[in-house]
Design a protein around this ligand. Structure first.
Ligand code: PXG
Length: 470
């Protein structure tokens, strides 16, 4: 048997049958429905550790951890057992009317223990988008309680991703999302992202100089809006969906200084960076800033079940608790017992396996070295990594940093080679990105890098053949 094909992975229907039913009934997220129906979905049926299998038994190395979430890898017994046990004992009860369930309380306690010390309270949601909706409601409520209701404006960044609900998509800085559905909602405004390749390199700024310049855009915006009207600034420590944009080290401390200067709340969206991704429990610890709120989701359960929420720092918690009265906000699944039980098992497993330290001291630096070597590839304009995520900017002319012509979708070409070679990598425009499970070993990083080099070589061959480098 071909070792990359596992016939036992198949299901009762053929791939074509699944695809036909899928096309007939399932509207996929962020998808051109018509073109997907023509192409057919890839049907994934099984997973273990860092590998997936499709319905035809092809083995695929999942360098995106599902969707930035399966931090402990697939098939972890502790999480499966926690879900099964909790399903049997108490599959659901709410947390609204003076009730609570043990898994939700236990998780709240555990989250407080693994978060920076100011975070002693948590508000649960079902996803990262809902968590960011909570952020908007909560920061505006905070300023209301303090008698400054005019502090409404939340500043975010272009090319940020904060979710797909009305508030999440408004906070996000994706033009394509704002163009659909009348977004952003009022009083959300954006500054440019700290993307050295896009903004700093053309002007000849070093990364660190550029980081300070980019943080200064926040101060400009605060002064433009009026400091007394600005409620909060929100950012991802490293922009994930935007293309793994790792800011210069000078950026976040300067952002912190500016927020402090004007009394603006600082919100860290840790949906991707939380739970070890950067080699620290939370990305803000990697970049040395102290947020007032942290949104989380994804890695809190390693994606095994949906769960999100907001860690609430003492500055805000004390006001909400001591002076706020009822906070008119919550979700049916705030503190869902099965999701919370899985999260508790997940966090304990991360602790037992010491995954955060492993990423910080071993696999993260190892990946960084591999990505530095990858920068020598003729297509690589720059490479960046942080913990276990990385990005490669594909360019036409390496020496000049010239991008490919707009009509050449080089990212999609490269992604096609990845799929064909058993590797899942994301393409964000001309940037190829990875965020593999944190259980990934050095040997598996080597295996992944062989595939990445092969796929870049195949992409280069296409570019040469079709004259895209001219
Ligand atoms: N914040 C950040 C930083 C995220 O990355 C969300 C909030 C929203 O979380 P939910 O659970 O509501 O999806 C996210 C989600 C991509 C991609 O294409 C990234 C996300 C979601 C879907 C696709 O990289 N991140």
């Amino acid at each position: 048997m071909n070792e990359t094909i596992d016939k036992t992975a198949g299901t009762t229907r053929s791939t074509a049958q699944w695809q036909a039913a899928d096309a007939a009934h399932f509207l996929h997220p962020f998808t051109d429905f018509k073109s997907l129906a023509q192409q057919g979905s890839r049907i994934i049926t099984r997973a273990d550790n860092i590998y997936l299998w499709d319905n035809d038994g092809h083995k695929i190395l999942d360098a995106m951890s599902g969707l930035w979430c399966v931090n402990v890898g697939y098939g972890q017994r502790a999480l499966i057992d926690a879900a099964t046990r909790q399903m049997g004992e108490l599959p659901f009860y709410n947390a609204f009317f003076q009730t609570a369930t043990p898994p939700a309380i236990e998780l709240a306690e555990l989250l407080a223990a693994v978060s920076p010390p100011t975070f002693q309270h948590v508000f649960f949601s079902g996803s990262g988008s809902e968590g960011n909706d909570t952020v908007v409601r909560m920061v505006r409520r905070y300023w209301d309680i303090l008698g400054q209701p005019q502090r409404q404006v939340i500043i975010s960044r272009l090319n940020a991703y904060h979710g797909s609900t009305m508030a999440g998509a408004s906070l996000g800085g994706m033009g394509g999302m704002h163009a659909q559905g009348g977004l952003p909602i009022p009083d959300i405004t954006h500054i440019e992202q700290p993307h050295w390749w896009e903004h700093g390199r053309p002007k000849g700024l070093s990364r660190e100089e550029f980081g300070r310049v980019a943080a200064g855009w926040l101060e400009d915006k605060i002064l433009e809006v009026g400091a007394d009207k600005v409620a909060a600034f929100i950012g991802e420590p490293v922009q994930g969906a935007g293309g793994v944009i790792v800011p210069p080290d000078s950026y976040w401390p300067e952002i912190q200084r500016i927020c402090d200067k004007y009394g603006v709340l600082l919100v860290s969206d840790e949906v991707i960076c939380g739970f070890g991704r950067t080699g620290h429990w939370f990305g803000c610890e990697r970049f040395g800033y102290k947020p007032d709120l942290m949104t989380f989701a994804k890695g809190v359960t390693s994606g095994y079940v949906p769960l999100g929420g907001v860690m609430v720092g003492e500055r805000i918690a004390r006001v909400l608790i001591d002076q706020g009265g009822e906070f008119n906000h919550g979700y049916t699944y705030s503190g869902h017992p099965v999701a919370c039980a899985v999260a508790v098992a997940n966090i304990r497993l991360i602790q037992q396996l010491d995954l955060v330290t492993q990423v910080r001291d071993d696999t993260g630096p190892y990946l960084a070295a591999q990505f530095e070597a990858l920068a020598a590839h003729p297509l690589a304009g720059e490479t960046q990594s942080c913990g276990l995520m990385g990005g490669v900017q594909l360019v036409k002319d390496k020496a000049k940093g010239t991008p490919f012509a707009a009509e050449v979708d080089i990212g999609m070409v490269c992604r096609g080679h990845c799929f064909a070679n058993g590797l899942i990598m994301r393409a964000v425009g001309d940037r190829m990105i990875i965020a593999p499970p944190l259980v990934m070993t050095r040997a598996q990083i080597d295996e992944m890098m062989v595939l990445i080099h092969r796929c870049l070589d195949l992409t280069l061959a296409d570019a040469q053949r079709d004259g895209w480098l001219a």
